[in-house]
Design a protein. Sequence first.
Length: 73
Amino acid sequence: MGTFVAAFVVLLLFFVLMSIGYIVKQKAVAGSCGGLGALGIEKACDCDEPCDKRKAKMAEEARREKLTKDRII
């Protein structure tokens, strides 16, 4: 039982110290090797229908492409 309590306390201390470090740095948590971004994948989504936020982003990208393409100057 003592081993369990000691392991729990060490793990709890570890999480507390990580939390303090995160709060002090005020920096977003990021993976060490870039995750899906390193593979060129923007987002892993297997939804049949994109959410409203994604639809708005896609519409904005299409609008910017059209403006760039139709630019006179």
